[in-house]
Design a protein around this ligand. Structure first.
Ligand code: AMP
Ligand code: MN
Ligand code: ZN
Length: 746
């Protein structure tokens, strides 16, 4: 069914069109302004009817506009007076909607806008020759071809399993484990999850702790590398133990190259590979029009044949190759496998056991340059050219030239593997110590786990720091809002963040804070399609940023290790940006716009944690509790490299001092008193053997007291306006939050 009540698109369109025609007819029958209208208006019944129906229509239109992310009557009601303005809004929304329709129709019909929209009248060249990553003068003849094809359908549309762009950790896509010594973790977890200790006479938050500890082991298994055990117990294969006699490659022109795009052929290939002792592998990947990237091609070469697998077509079937890829008796030769290992896991759930990376071999041999081109030149006298490295590998059917290029990437690799091994033995005077290093480095690569990009409230700071620009408070807020807008949209639309809004454009918008939508467009040349589409949304974000107080700040202010007692004592004055004694809703809002994350940690001992060598069982348990606190709140944690020295807070020459002073955060005396209080609390805590009782009072009644031993991290985040104990199943809204009391009893 296309959508509820309609069996297909045609049925939907027919009904929709009927509705539009009927509405148009009916509106034509309404009394015209000027003549009958004034007469009708003299009847109160008519007036009421018009008012009610008018409201209904406006509401309906507003909802439509909001659904499309446009400015609507609702949002701007207070400012809207005239009919004219409303009319403009309707036109604006129509444009946005039609633009969206256009883009979708294009995509559905296979025409992509993989290139940024160009100014009218300008036709982009089909091949963009660029030299951005040319290194040194010896490469002067080399060019990189960014081959774009006009007719690329989004491969994602055909994927059997939809891409998971959600902001959650990656879960391994492996359900069958060939060559296993240790079996896959069982799926008992779901059963365990149901067995929460509800029956225990403990508060819900604590019940969740206990449950978490019980399931932790299983979770560890779930998120560990499926072949970790096998890799750790792998011994160097016989073939690597002695100096080989290099076996020359077959001439490229005489080697059969099979393009594999059916399951049948893939199975046959797998059988063939299972009989070999080594084969070479390479992948081609596309990352511009997808959030996580897509592996488009896999090249495999045996001593006899070359194969190119269409991994867009066989994406869901690729896992069968695990049989040969994880077979410890078969060497898989890669060149520079860092990304390949991740892509195999991400897209196919394929793992590699027993790999040899010729890139690491080149490094161990001190060849100076370790690229594949260099090795091919050195050992095979082949002048390869990596000019299609950045081509759009989603193109189908693949042009002959690109197929040849892909084939050449693995064709010579087994011979290179022989040659570097021979050289590694020679360089080590016939010993195997050098080859062992390469072997071990390659194994480490295989142990790498794919990690999905996770958005946190701090992610924007990482990028901001890299850009090395000093922003004022408004610019920083704009940057933060743009960053999260971009991340959200990229995940939703399955596009790269670079496609949605390239970094340099995002910086420019944040820097200039354009007053008008047109100004935002002007910051982006050429304007990315999604920026054009969501220009009103972006305009609102910038407006929001412009409304906050202008401060010359470039750091986020983070308070470390402030005890909860401190929070209680100065509850009302701690965060007030103005000199008021109460924190009002708007103050909180303003703070949240500042992106201020205030972390409150209650620690028994600063030292004890992290030094796992000296931890008692209780401390280790405490650490795991602490971790259980940290994970769900990762987004609120400060990134590790922000460090604010304690003294900076008291030193009038520092920025921190300036900020805390300006925001009347705390007086120096108060801070000193609190430092003392903190020391006291620490001492007392030590005396009390680290048992705290924490009472959390919510409007629904007290939760707790919760007994917490040793170490507890509590996180109070102003930025999101909510405080929640980890795993608290109750959702608290902002209003409730403000009525929450925290009390500590020793
Ligand atoms: P290769 O192993 O050289 O065949 O490269 C495999 C894939 O890595 C290519 O299909 C590209 O997606 C990506 N890639 C390689 N080199 C670069 C580069 N310099 N910049 C961005 N992506 C690259
Ligand atoms: Mn590669
Ligand atoms: Zn390649």
């Amino acid at each position: 069914m296309f959508c509820p009540g309609f069996k297909d698109v045609d049925a939907f369109v027919k009904r929709g069109l009927g509705g539009v025609v009927a509405a148009t007819k009916a509106s034509g029958l309404l009394p015209q302004a000027g003549d009958e209208f004034d007469f009708y208006r003299s009847f109160p019944g008519f007036q009421d009817f018009c008012a009610v129906q008018g409201e209904r229509l406006l509401h309906c239109m507003s909802q439509l506009m909001q659904h499309h992310g446009c400015r609507s009557f609702m949002k701007d009601r207070s400012k809207l007076t005239g009919l004219e303005e409303r009319f403009d809004l309707v036109i604006e929304s129509n444009d946005v909607i039609l633009e969206k329709v256009g883009i979708m129709l294009d995509e559905a019909s296979g025409v992509t806008r993989s290139q940024p929209v160009m100014p009218a009248g300008y036709q982009p060249p089909r091949i963009v020759v660029s030299s951005w990553n040319r290194k040194g003068n010896d490469h002067s003849g080399e060019t990189f071809h960014l081959l774009h094809a006009k007719n690329i359908q989004r491969p994602q549309l055909k994927f059997k399993e939809k891409v998971d762009n959600s902001n959650t950790p990656f879960v391994a896509k492996i359900f069958v484990k060939p060559n296993a010594i240790k079996p896959l973790p069982s799926c008992e977890l779901t059963k365990l999850q149901k067995e929460r200790p509800e029956d225990l006479d403990v508060p819900p938050a604590l019940a969740d702790f206990i449950h978490q500890l019980r399931t932790q082991e299983h979770m560890d298994d779930m998120f560990s590398h499926p072949y970790q055990y096998e890799l750790e117990h792998l011994v160097m294969p016989e073939i690597l133990r002695s100096r080989p006699d290099p076996q020359l490659y077959k001439p490229l022109a005489e080697t059969s190259c099979t393009f594999i795009e059916t399951l049948e052929d893939l199975v046959a290939l797998n059988e063939k590979l299972a009989k070999t002792t080594e084969f070479a592998v390479d992948l081609e990947h596309h990352s511009y029009r997808s959030f996580l990237g897509i592996t488009c091609l896999m090249q495999i070469s045996t001593r006899e044949e070359d194969f190119i697998i269409d991994t867009l077509e066989l994406r869901s079937e690729m896992y069968i190759l695990n049989e040969s890829f994880t077979d410890p008796t078969i060497v898989k030769v890669f060149h520079g496998a860092d990304s390949d290992i991740e892509w195999l896991q991400k897209d196919f759930g394929v793992y590699v056991v027993n790999m040899f990376d010729t890139h690491h071999a080149a490094r161990s041999l001190n060849l100076g340059r370790n690229s594949l081109d260099h090795l091919l030149k050195l050992y095979c006298s082949v002048d390869s050219n990596k000019r299609y490295q950045l081509a759009d590998w989603r193109i189908r059917p693949l042009p002959e030239e690109m197929l040849k290029y892909a084939q050449a990437d693995t064709h010579y690799l087994l011979y290179v593997y022989d040659r570097v091994r021979a050289d590694l033995f020679d360089a080590a005077n016939g010993q195997s110590n050098l080859i062992q290093v390469v072997w071990s480095k390659s194994k480490d690569l295989c142990l790498k786990k794919y990690v999905k990009p996770i958005f946190t409230e701090e992610s924007y700071m990482e990028l901001h720091r890299k850009q090395k620009k000093s922003f004022n408070s408004q610019q920083l807020v704009a940057f933060r809002l743009l960053f999260s807008w971009r991340d959200k949209l990229a995940r939703e639309e399955d596009e790269s963040t670079g496609y949605v809004l390239p970094n340099h454009m995002m910086m420019k918008i944040a820097e200039e804070l354009p007053k008008e939508p047109q100004g935002i467009i002007a910051c982006c040349n050429p304007t990315p399609p999604l920026v054009r589409q969501q220009i009103n949304e972006l305009h609102q974000l910038i407006k929001q940023a412009r409304e906050i107080p202008l401060l010359k700040v470039s750091e986020i202010y983070v308070l470390h290790n402030v005890t909860l007692l401190t929070l209680l004592q100065s509850e009302s004055t701690l965060f007030g940006p103005h000199d008021t004694s109460h924190v009002s809703e708007s103050d909180l809002m303003e703070l949240s716009l500042q992106g201020r994350v205030i972390l409150l940690f209650l620690l028994k001992e600063d030292e004890g944690v992290g030094n796992s060598g000296h931890l008692t069982v209780a401390q280790q348990k405490a650490c795991s509790i602490l971790e259980s606190f940290e994970n769900p709140f990762r987004m609120y944690l400060p990134s590790k490299d922000i460090h604010i020295s304690k003294n900076a807070k008291y030193d009038p020459s520092t920025k921190i001092y300036e900020i805390s002073n300006r925001w009347k955060l705390q007086s120096i005396e108060k801070q000193q008193k609190e430092a003392q209080a903190k020391q006291e609390a620490k001492k007392q805590a030590k005396k009390a053997k680290g048992i705290y009782r924490l009472e959390v009072c919510t409007p629904a009644g007290p939760v707790g007291p919760i007994k917490v031993s040793c170490v507890v991290g509590l996180i109070f985040s102003v930025a999101c306006g909510s405080w929640k104990p980890a795993h608290c199943r109750q959702e608290w809204d902002e209003a409730r939050l403000k009525r929450i009391n925290l009390r500590i009893k020793e």
